[in-house]
Design a protein around this ligand. Structure first.
Ligand SMILES: Cc1cc2nc3c(=O)[nH]c(=O)nc-3n(C[C@H](O)[C@H](O)[C@H](O)COP(=O)(O)OP(=O)(O)OC[C@H]3O[C@@H](n4cnc5c(N)ncnc54)[C@H](O)[C@@H]3O)c2cc1C
Length: 442
């Protein structure tokens, strides 16, 4: 989105004269600002405000809702499937191009853990974040109404695997929300819930440095969250999470946030990839050895020219992705105008993470912050970064209103089954949960 946005601004006249066309192929009609997903899961930001509508923002581009399934760069052709091609049964459409920007990001990196594919849920999309919020509240409803202690115990046990940004922030925000929600349940106390963070290495949140990572462990444990370092999830078959330290937790919630890997579509191209599957790129964001192909973000292995040691790549994070996107757009414009290319150069500024309302941790430009100041910085930073003035204003309004009124604790899980009520009324059987649904409770 950032590349297309900059291109449509910088090539405004060429677009008006019809000399240039920009086509954006995207499975969803919106861009997701992923750093806000934990707050969306906690109900602090509504789902519509963590996404940016592409058709409105990219009004001078052609937006195609579909997926690139293969790219033959030698022939300058991408194969695209859309909802229409699926319905027509005609196979993919061929889209030809002069310049290619490939930025499909990453997908969850899973392991062959028994039961994971059936019971786990990721935390990369707005659907997953909202599904998880509904699911957590629904588990509290189940626990509150059952007379079976085993069902209650499993419903109130929440296991998160992976102590990076996504896992720690999602757990921190959801635990905080559930702790607050518990005051509205006559028979659930915050101490009745088990929140478990499983991390294979000996530290969490490597992005904020060792000291702040240790602080985060202490802070989470102070909140009664069971942080298990150097531990792996070995199985979650039959809804029992079995850990490598021998612990077993019957649970209906396993959130998998154990890292990401480059999007698999990269393997369906004739472009060079490194041993981790990212596209090999130059510091100018061109794909190595391929003219007129460009890449940025999680999918691109871009040399970190500020690192001072050869072979270091920019980390897969939003900080690099959105800065690279702008340089990439500029370099396409330079290429079209026969100008020299710009080198992408950004020294990692550090990170901020939210651990729940008024709780956070930060390590930015060498400064370490904890608690409220870190949380405030987290909000200020991401507010400044979320795209479009419209979204900034809406998010700020929501935060302001949340400060005046009580927190939202409603689950709208039934939104995921809009036909259930009518099917029942019409005498049919309510349809099954879709496979990605984390609930598995119906
Ligand atoms: C919960 C969470 C919290 C995070 N917090 C932070 C943070 O605080 N700070 C930070 O720096 N980073 C954070 N990150 C990481 C950051 O969000 C990513 O590094 C960043 O989004 C990568 O940008 P990208 O453009 O490469 O990929 P994405 O943002 O994933 O965008 C890729 C796009 O390509 C589309 N796509 C995929 N395949 C195809 C295809 N075949 N055809 C067409 N389109 C396709 C996808 O639908 C998607 O819209 C967080 C990530 C998560 C999940």
């Amino acid at each position: 989105m950032y590349t297309a946005l900059r291109l449509q601004r910088r090539l405004k006249r060429e677009l008006e004269r019809g000399e240039v066309d920009i086509t954006v192929v995207t499975p969803d009609p919106y861009m997701t600002y992923q750093p806000f997903l934990p707050e969306a899961a906690a109900g602090a930001i509504s789902p519509r405000h963590v996404v940016v509508p592409l058709r409105r923002v990219l009004d001078r581009c052609r937006v195609v809702i579909g997926e690139a399934t293969a790219v033959d760069h030698a022939k300058r052709t991408a194969t695209i499937t859309t909802l229409a091609t699926e319905e027509e049964g005609t196979g993919g459409q061929q889209l030809t191009y002069d310049e290619l920007v490939l930025a499909p990001g990453s997908v969850s990196r899973t392991l062959p853990v028994p039961g994971l594919a059936d019971h786990g849920i990721g935390f990369k999309t707005v659907e997953e974040a909202i599904g998880l919020r509904n699911h957590v509240i629904e588990q509290m409803d189940i626990a509150s109404s059952t007379r079976d202690p085993a069902i209650r115990d499993a419903a109130l046990t929440f296991v998160f695997v992976g102590g990076g940004f996504a896992g720690v922030e999602a757990l921190g925000e959801l635990e905080d929300m559930a702790r607050y929600a518990a005051r509205y349940y006559h028979n659930i106390r915050p101490e009745d819930m088990k929140w478990i963070l499983v991390e294979a290495s000996d530290r969490i949140l490597p992005e904020v440095g060792e000291e702040m990572g240790r602080y985060t462990v202490t802070e989470l444990r102070r909140r009664n969250i069971d942080v298990r370092l150097q531990t792996r999830l070995e199985s979650c078959a039959d809804r029992v999470a079995v850990l490598s330290d021998g612990a077993r937790f019957p649970t209906r919630t396993v959130v998998w946030t154990a890292g990401v890997k480059p999007h698999p579509v990269l393997a369906a191209t004739d472009l060079p990839r490194n041993d981790r599957g990212r596209l090999r790129c130059t510091a100018e964001l061109a794909v190595e050895g391929a003219t007129h192909a460009w890449a940025a973000g999680d999918a691109a292995a871009v040399p970190d020219v500020t690192a001072g040691e050869p072979g270091r790549e920019c980390a897969p994070n939003a900080q690099h992705a959105l800065r690279q996107a702008k340089v990439l757009a500029d370099n396409i414009v330079h290429t079209l105008r026969g100008e020299p290319l710009q080198t992408y150069e950004h020294a990692y500024a550090g990170s901020v993470a939210s651990l729940g309302l008024h709780k956070g941790v930060a390590h930015v430009y060498g400064r370490k912050l904890k608690g409220y100041p870190a949380w405030f910085m987290h909000r200020a930073y991401h507010l400044s970064r979320v795209p479009t003035f419209n979204r900034k204003a809406r998010v700020l309004a929501e935060w302001t209103l949340a400060g005046l009124f009580k927190r939202e604790i409603v689950s709208l899980g039934s939104l995921e089954h809009p036909r259930a009520e009518f099917e029942l009324a019409a005498g049919g059987k309510p349809s099954q949960d879709p496979p990605h649904n984390p609930k598995g409770s119906s």
